[in-house]
Design a protein around this ligand. Structure first.
Ligand code: MG
Length: 282
């Protein structure tokens, strides 16, 4: 595969990504996929989806886990509902995440990713140790499938995430870096964060955002690529310095406005293609 192929975050019947048809219409060569609903995660559906990907000449680069009951309404709601951290759903979601990894294997996909949720910063707490153990268990399941596990960034500071990765101690645990999330959650300046966790970054989102008036207490705003505070040229130059060669996966989560979503993704593709030419030419 060429360096930095453009990608887009897609969905079949769950999650906030665009439909596969949109990726095709925009001539995007790679996708990440939000895991479909449980009833769709069958061998039959996997084979049908694989045939469509082959037909459209699209490469699947990662399958993202997501769960019923998750809400990104505001930061406290994320903390309460997202990922494997909420205790009431932890065991069931860990099991479901393994099933999602198995479905990804049916799609011949060797990367599985998710938001773990808000991990406590108190390394001495029992809860921290339990999340480390759950993550090891999930990594080991993925290892048996020949897969890597990527953690989406944003809910921790870069230093907190680095500490967590080192505590889990698994060779197939990496990072899906999302610069906009650092701004949305108010967890740190994204380029500094990228440099800190750079050795672990094996996939990325291209997304942009503006800071909240009170970062960390309220959401920043997701905006079209190039119009936020990330600084796309600086972002791509830093990825280049770090030796990142994987897909540039555009994520734009406004499924309630499909026409605008498609137009903004089209614009994002043009921006990334221009920057890619500029940066890789020298
Ligand atoms: Mg993201």
């Amino acid at each position: 595969m060429e360096k930095w192929p453009i990608g887009v975050f897609t969905s079949i019947d769950a999650g906030l990504g665009v439909k596969l048809e949109v990726a095709h219409e925009l001539h995007v060569p790679t996708i990440q996929l939000h895991a479909p609903a449980p009833q769709t995660r069958t061998a039959q559906h996997a084979n049908a989806f694989l045939a469509r990907l082959k037909d459209l000449q699209i490469t699947l680069t990662a399958v993202f886990g997501g769960f019923e009951g998750e809400s990104y309404a505001d930061i406290p709601t994320v903390s309460r509902t997202v990922g494997l951290v909420p205790r009431a759903t932890r065991a069931a979601r860990t099991q479901e995440m393994k099933e999602i990894a198995d479905f990804a294997r049916l799609l011949h996909c060797d990367v599985v990713a998710l938001h773990l949720g808000f991990i406590t910063h108190d390394r001495a707490s029992g809860d921290y140790a339990e999340i480390v153990a759950v993550t090891r268990d999930l990594c080991d399941h993925c290892q048996r499938n020949g897969q890597d596990l990527h953690l989406e960034t944003g809910q921790e500071t870069a230093a907190g995430l680095l500490q967590f990765l080192e505590d889990v101690q698994r060779g197939n645990l990496f990072v899906n870096f999302d610069p906009a999330n650092m701004i949305l959650y108010g967890t740190g300046e994204p380029i500094d964060a990228l440099r800190q966790v750079g050795a672990y970054v094996h996939s990325v989102h291209c997304k942009d955002a503006t800071w909240a008036a009170r970062p960390g207490e309220e959401w920043g705003a997701e905006v079209p690529l190039g119009q936020g505070a990330v600084g796309m040229e600086n972002y791509l130059r830093t990825l280049h310095e770090l030796g990142y060669t994987g897909p540039l996966t555009i994520e734009r989560e406004i499924p309630q406005e499909p026409a605008r979503q498609k137009a903004e993704i089209s614009h994002a593709i043009n921006l990334l293609a221009q920057l890619r030419t500029k940066i890789l030419a020298v």
